[in-house]
Design a protein around this ligand. Sequence first.
Ligand code: C2E
Ligand code: MG
Ligand code: MG
Ligand code: MG
Length: 279
Amino acid sequence: SAKAEGKGAARRYAVALDEKARERRVIEAGLRRALAEGELELHYQPLVDARTGKITSAEALLRWRHPERGLIPPGDFIALAEETGLIQPLGAWVLRTACADAARWPDTINVAVNLSPAQFREQTLAQTVAEALSAAGLPPERLELEITEGVLLMDEQQTMATLTRLRASGVRISMDDFGTGYSSLSYLRRFPFDKIKIDQSFVRQVPADPDSVAIVRAIITMGACLGLTTTVEGVETTEQYDFCVAEGCDTIQGFHVSRPIPLGAFRALLCEPVCQPAA
Ligand code: C2E
Ligand code: MG
Ligand code: MG
Ligand code: MG
């Protein structure tokens, strides 16, 4: 009957929810172990100067080297870390590790660290950043913090206070995934960013699609007018790379230059030319 069928569906639904909750607990426990046992690692993806083709910085991208499941990308566990509060110790680990790694690179190379909105919930974020810098002996000017619009949707006063404090200490602030949010432009006015990173979705159909071309061109021009550094993310082809150079963006990041790579491989890359200078 329909009633029995309804009951069955409800039970299957409850079982599915249970299953989901169980899976989350397993991942959460695993993530705690990962932190304690050193299963987390940072891979680095270079950003190159569009004019010289030389590496100017690297973005630290978190990976979890799971003993059975192999390398797990951040998209599979960051959200859970945010929901469980684990993002606090995890984020602090990322900051400490990235600063310590960068302190051993040439001092012309900056390091960029992604911050999750949840990290701004703690009043201690600016302190955590300061401690990571001083423990590593890294000058604040060499650290770039990447935030998305999500950060600015948090408690605005506290977020602004933290960002202002960070920036006053010399750390640079980048707006990540620019153009994907609802109010990217109004945030540019409310906070003095140092850099905008144009989201990779915009470069995907460059140079074939005239609208994409127009949008990337307009954002680069706007960034220059506001005195901001512009980066195009997600550059995968020679055509896309050449387009970004021709449009005058400052730095370029994407698989065309290099994928994110382990620390050792990144250090080796610093010793060889990656891209040709612009003609
Ligand atoms: P994001 O900050 O926008 O980082 C760029 C993402 O695009 C990275 O993915 C990178 O591997 C990928 N990417 C770079 N170049 C290309 C390209 O040419 N083509 C394509 N298809 N993809 C490209 P990943 O490493 O999987 O990271 C995904 C997101 O996870 C990051 O996006 C960032 O929001 C977050 N994330 C990564 N590491 C951390 C971290 O330490 N803390 C926090 N809170 N979030 C992190
Ligand atoms: Mg980023
Ligand atoms: Mg991005
Ligand atoms: Mg992103």
